[in-house]
Design a protein around this ligand. Structure first.
Ligand code: ADP
Length: 175
């Protein structure tokens, strides 16, 4: 979910496992800053709280993952986010961590987020992102659950407690 803590936990996990972290949201926010046709269209889609097309997303993620630093593994944040992305993703995933947070808590967190403010954190876009999550990403959670790859973690705890819970379930020991 937007505001569930994906990037916080993703970065912590990447550090712990010593594998690079890759966030599609960050990639798209960078592209949205470019004064190009693609930059402009991605910006419009993001600010409306909608998803970038599966083909564009898959193309960009696959391009990134060809780089040398990702050959020994990676932590992906915010991807796959649709059933189409999950099914067509060639590199694959081992485990999927779902940080579960209620809609109400998400609205609360994002409406009052003070990390500099994101352009897609308007109340309208936040509501849209929550709606889009349920429509497109709930089925992804179900998909990985059925494949036995899903790790569901309660995201309504302290950052450290959530990290400990994730590491416990991934069976990562020591520092
Ligand atoms: P949040 O989870 O708060 O929405 P992200 O940084 O993960 O933040 O994503 C921000 C925006 O980037 C999304 O609303 C969407 O427009 C776009 N985006 C990110 N990941 C994907 C994806 N896998 N597929 C399509 N669009 C994406």
């Amino acid at each position: 979910m937007p505001g569930a803590g994906k990037s916080t936990q993703g970065n912590l996990l990447a550090k712990k496992l010593k594998v690079p972290y890759l966030s599609t949201g960050h990639i798209f926010r960078d592209i949205a800053k470019e004064h190009t046709q693609m930059g402009r269209s991605i910006k419009l889609v993001m600010n409306a709280g909608l998803l970038i097309s599966d083909s564009k997303t898959l193309q960009i993620v696959s391009e990134y993952l060809k780089r040398r630093e990702y050959q020994k593994g990676y932590i992906l944040d915010g991807f796959p986010r649709t059933l189409g992305q999950a099914q067509k993703f060639k590199n694959g995933v081992d485990r999927v961590i779902y940080l579960k947070v209620s809609d109400k808590e998400i609205l609360w967190r994002l409406a009052y987020r003070d990390d500099g403010g994101r352009e897609d954190d308007t109340l309208l876009a936040i509501r849209k992102r929550i709606e889009v999550f349920h429509k497109f990403t709930d089925p992804v959670i179900d998909y990985y659950h059925r494949k036995g790859q899903l790790l569901e973690i309660n995201g309504e705890h302290e950052i450290d407690d959530i990290q400990r819970e994730i590491l416990k379930h991934l069976k990562v020991h020591g520092k």
